[in-house]
Design a protein around this ligand. Sequence first.
Ligand SMILES: CC(=O)SCCNC(=O)CCNC(=O)[C@H](O)C(C)(C)COP(=O)(O)OP(=O)(O)OC[C@H]1O[C@@H](n2cnc3c(N)ncnc32)[C@H](O)[C@@H]1OP(=O)(O)O
Ligand SMILES: CC(=O)C(=O)O
Length: 533
Amino acid sequence: MTRIAIYDTTLRDGSQGEGVNFSLQDKLLITTKLDDLGVDYVEGGYPLSNPKDAAYFRAVRDLPLEHARIAAFGMTRRRDIAAEDDTGMRALVAAGTPVVTVVGKTWDLHAREVLGVSLDENLRMIGDSVAFLAANVAEVVYDAEHFFDGYRNNPDYALETVRKAADAGAAWIALCDTNGGSLPEQVAEAVTAVAREVRVPLGIHTHNDGELAVANSLAAVRQGARQVQGTINGLGERCGNADLCSVIANLALKYPGFHALAPGKLAKLTEVSRFVYETANMNLRSGQAFVGSSAFAHKGGMHVHGVRKIAASYEHVDPTTVGNERRILVSELSGKSNIAEKLAEHDLDQDPDLLTRVLDRVQDLENAGYQFEAAEASFVLLVEKIAGRHREAFQSRGFRVSVAGDGDGDSLTEATVKLRVGEAAEHTVGEGDGPVDALDNALRKALEHHFPGLRTMHLVDYKVRVINARAGTAARVRVVIESSDQDAVWGTIGVSENVIEASWLALLDAFEYKLSKDTRKARPARPEAAAVS
Ligand SMILES: CC(=O)SCCNC(=O)CCNC(=O)[C@H](O)C(C)(C)COP(=O)(O)OP(=O)(O)OC[C@H]1O[C@@H](n2cnc3c(N)ncnc32)[C@H](O)[C@@H]1OP(=O)(O)O
Ligand SMILES: CC(=O)C(=O)O
């Protein structure tokens, strides 16, 4: 088995992605998470760049890391100055990390036109910088910027630059597809050429501008690269870097001759991916390979039919190997298999007549603008109603919302709701920051003294979408509300031409679902329904 070193640059190249801005605390938390995953290198930042990165290298020394080696990143010395006098070089050594990675120019166009130096001076900048760092730091990684473009334009010069770094004492030469436009066959050919020239182990650093960063990384590995640089979730400059989640999973699951992480670590991949999204305050990409929430979500009826019989019929790997899970979606594209699977998940009856009736109703409602994929709690209530099993905890008798304001941002929103709870009539008023908040408060006033368990429920997300935009103001809107309590997160939906009514319908389902869930939980004979969302 050949071991591939994983070099994570989420905190450096990842933070060059648009919209990514990690705080010092975020960086330290992610470092710990990456160490727990078992990556070999964590590139923490650019000490010369900003005070936060400099502070990171001081703070990271106190983290009790088990495996990862911290790397500080910088560029070769500036032109016409000795390496030991260059502030960037000195900042790299002062970072006190066991590893320093230094990027230098490979492409003659960059040396001449961007740096404005002769090709010889560029070679001296590389050699001097690597030699200075190798004398002061345990391990030096040389990142050959634009290696593949440089190699295509002037192969002799490109090879000369990496020979210079190797001769000066680099422990690794990482070949970079900086512009992200190379093809796997070009990467393979160039890596093979470098492997003939230098004895130093090779790494690969790819960008995703041609959507080939992972393929290019794997092509390099097949030609002898032994270190892969990338980021969690593919964050990074422009279109991002190679997504290490995919690189690691492919190496582990598709290439029997290679391994990257220690045994047992692969199953942490999804958790680490979600952690990085959460910390970066970014929405996850549901369709992300291996770790996305849709990576093993089956929607088409024929797919679900197959998966229920044999999972491998529509899954390239077992989702649990990467810590992910299989999900079955319900929609107008469902067949009876989707419905049956969902009913089984929620411990609901599965007789064939019920399946047909539920499927027909789902298709009618989806045609009218409903979408049950993110509103599984509304789906469960729908099934219970169709099956005649639903016991209404309360009945809605209407609502009214009024908003008064002077247009200066100081507005008063008030909601009145009328409900029937058993024999009691409830008529309550709630105020709020907006109509949904006011309705939520009024509902709570009406219901919490009947059902104290509602106090543990909170609204966590609210999404509204216009369904048929071309109808102008008469368009229908779909509101999806996400709620949570101590055990579960659940989604409910409302559709109407009026956004407040759509919100009201989604809210009613959220309260109804919570009450019916609590009732099921209290009944010892019936197992608790699985958490949805
Ligand atoms: C491919 C990559 O992703 S490499 C990493 C890129 N990341 C970043 O740029 C983020 C961090 N960067 C920074 O904080 C700043 O750009 C700094 C501190 C590095 C430099 O800031 P400044 O001194 O203001 O320069 P500026 O960013 O405008 O321009 C880059 C300078 O570095 C020089 N330079 C660029 N690459 C190299 C290199 N490999 N070796 C030596 N000098 C280089 C350029 O010639 C230019 O200097 P010049 O203006 O004297 O010609
Ligand atoms: C080093 C680096 O980030 C690049 O060449 O893309």
